[in-house]
Design a protein around this ligand. Structure first.
Ligand SMILES: NC(=O)c1ccc[n+]([C@@H]2O[C@H](COP(=O)([O-])OP(=O)(O)OC[C@H]3O[C@@H](n4cnc5c(N)ncnc54)[C@H](OP(=O)(O)O)[C@@H]3O)[C@@H](O)[C@H]2O)c1
Length: 301
């Protein structure tokens, strides 16, 4: 067991000497995950699609944790060439990772148009699931070498999501929420299968509940009335609170068949605690199919 730091953040143990990679650390929940890990002494790689935004995020973290060891890297999950390029950079460096957080994500609520990535996949599917899966497969040796703990950031939307691997363009009855739910379910199933296959890697699923003050679902938020914004703030968490399930997934005991979720009503907010995994994640056949799909894409990417 790692000893606690006097100055440790979010109740984390001393993570000095550990390396972490956090996707989506340029804002919102991911920034707070990176802040907590860095505050506990980990060296944190923050792959971002916008270096200026990434630099602002680093400055914000250093405001509260001046000694943070942070580095930026480039990553656009919606482009497999970018995913491959990041994998090449970290593999060339060859230092193991002890922590990986698959946190980056989009949900285009309020935008009725279905978007397709340059690689030919529905945009939620690629950003939230496929880009992450291809990255994991490409850097797996570094995770194995670090006996890494991986936190897989899902969403309550995965609990009711439906996944059709024959419709990766999201053509059938597209809505942003359906596409988001499907992508988060796919990511969760990939995480379950990763945990089953990679015995040297610990994989824990988590979700943040709701955190109204992040960049996600920007179109929807822009249209929300003041009363709606107040209501969702009242029900939800701050980004720092919403980071806690992922941090607990990285450092705590979770248990078989469980995931880390906010412990309040309907898992919307509250301190993190292990909870029963969404039933849709207990589907070994679909998890294996998701894995094979990702492997096929990774081998041609
Ligand atoms: N907030 C909630 O209520 C809520 C609820 C359930 C689940 N979640 C999940 O929590 C995670 C974090 O979301 P958040 O609420 O913190 O929202 P956020 O502030 O918008 O953060 C999303 C992060 O993902 C990054 N990202 C988006 N598309 C990317 C791409 N193509 N390549 C690389 N990075 C990309 C963003 O980078 P840019 O800075 O470049 O945009 C940003 O850093 C997401 O996976 C989300 O699904 C959030």
């Amino acid at each position: 067991m790692r000893r606690s730091r006097a100055t440790g953040s979010a109740g984390l143990p001393d993570l000095g000497g550990a390396r972490a990679l956090v996707t989506g650390a340029s804002s919102g929940i991911g920034l707070e995950i990176a802040r907590a890990l860095a505050g506990a002494g980990a060296e944190v790689t923050m792959p971002v699609r916008d270096r200026e935004k990434g630099a602002r995020a680093m400055a914000e973290i250093r405001r509260t944790a001046p000694d943070s060891r942070l580095e930026l890297a480039d990553l656009d999950l919606a482009r497999l060439d970018s995913v491959r390029a990041l994998a090449a950079v970290v593999n060339a460096d060859s230092r193991p990772f002890e922590f990986l957080v698959l946190n980056a994500g989009i949900v285009l609520l309020g935008d009725p148009v279905r978007h397709v990535s340059t690689d030919g996949y529905e945009l939620h599917f690629q950003t939230n699931f496929l880009g992450h899966a291809v990255l994991v497969l490409a850097i797996l040796p570094l995770l194995v070498a670090g006996h890494a703990r991986v936190a897989v950031q899902t969403s309550l939307a995965a609990a009711t999501g439906r996944l059709d691997l024959h419709d990766t363009l999201g053509i059938e009855r597209y809505t942003p929420l359906r596409a988001y739910g499907a992508s988060k379910l796919a990511l969760g199933l990939f995480g379950v299968e990763l945990g089953r296959r990679a015995s040297d890697v610990g994989v824990e699923l988590c979700h943040p509940g709701i955190a109204p003050d992040t960049g996600i679902a920007a179109d929807l938020r822009a249209r929300a009335s003041a009363a709606q914004a107040r209501l969702s703030r009242g029900l939800g968490s701050t980004p720092a609170q919403a980071a806690e399930p992922a941090l607990a997934a990285l450092t705590g005991e979770v248990g078989a068949g469980r995931m880390v979720a906010p412990s309040g009503a309907f898992q919307l907010s509250g301190p993190p605690a292990p909870a029963r995994r969404f039933r849709r994640l207990d589907d070994p056949a679909t998890a294996a199919a998701v894995w094979s799909f990702a492997e096929r894409v990774a081998s041609t990417a």
